[in-house]
Design a protein around this ligand. Sequence first.
Ligand SMILES: [Zn+2]
Length: 368
Amino acid sequence: MKIMNKRKWIIAAITLAITVLLAPGLDTFLSEQAVYAAETDSLTITDMPENLRESIEWVWNNRILVEDSTSRKNLIFDQIFAGEGTINYVVRWQSSKTVTLQQRKDIETMLGRQLNNWTKHLEGYDGWPYGDIPVKVVGWACVNPDLLLDKQSDEIIYTDYITDELSSSEPNIPSKLPVAPSALSRFDHFTEPNYSYPGGLDKRFDMYLWATSNFGGGAGGDWGQRMSDDYILSTVNSDEIEITEHEIGHGFGFPDFYQTNERPPNGFPVPTIMWAGNSSTITEWDIWLLRYTWSQLKQNTSRFSAASPEDSNSTGTEIHGKMYKRHPVTEPQLTSIIQPFSILYTPMESGLKSFLRTLHQQVFWNGK
Ligand SMILES: [Zn+2]
């Protein structure tokens, strides 16, 4: 394995070197995507450690399939595909606490970090076509917009609300529950294949980050994650956030393991964040449940056909103020990338090419 690691680093070094020489449109692809992929190489289900197999297969067969928790085509896997490799959130602020501009920026960064703490383990695995998943907060739902301090001109605030039924049994829960427009909600429209969001795909939101004062613990699903406002604000700069990551796990279709009979008969070989209190971080077991689930779901090719770059009519995706659009990597482009180095690296040329070609199913992000 030492030799493989060395080779990976050589490839990473070459791609970095090549990056300098490339047209501006290609540098994003190589610098942000290729180097990481070079470190992971291609994994498949056969790489799953043997000690994890029994428990993961048991959970898949006896929990996930039995409870039918992955057939709804709005899992985070589906959301990422529909969003062309991105996730958009609305923050639902069911709280009377103020939120500074810095806190709002930190919340967006936190959501990207937490989601990618899961999805980064799919990079280079069994045909998963995406690298880093850009996560944006595209709006705030907040009954009192004055709570959002130093509001910026590009920030969208929704002030409509409904009544939170939970408040009738739990008086400490605010009764006013802010809502974002249904027309922009993927949750409300994922069953309609030809639905188009007002203003375009980038305006939609996939999930809520739902902050509720005095809310105990957490709740999660394909609709998003719900925790208390205090929990969200106090953990916003943490690398791994236990409840948030656990609740995101439900968005991939993963179950809880509260009762003995809900757990594998021979137990878990290592801890898992999906058994509340068992692990405060995403573990190897969680990583392989995620990968195993992807390997099962991807067999439905109509469900997970990556949007063909040729038929993509979208105007692209804005990331950090730059517009990005997906394009296929063509053979001439690959050749032009490899050519200057072919004298030095002839034996590696074909390997490097196929490595670039298979990345993201021949799709890369091209800065516009
Ligand atoms: Zn749970």
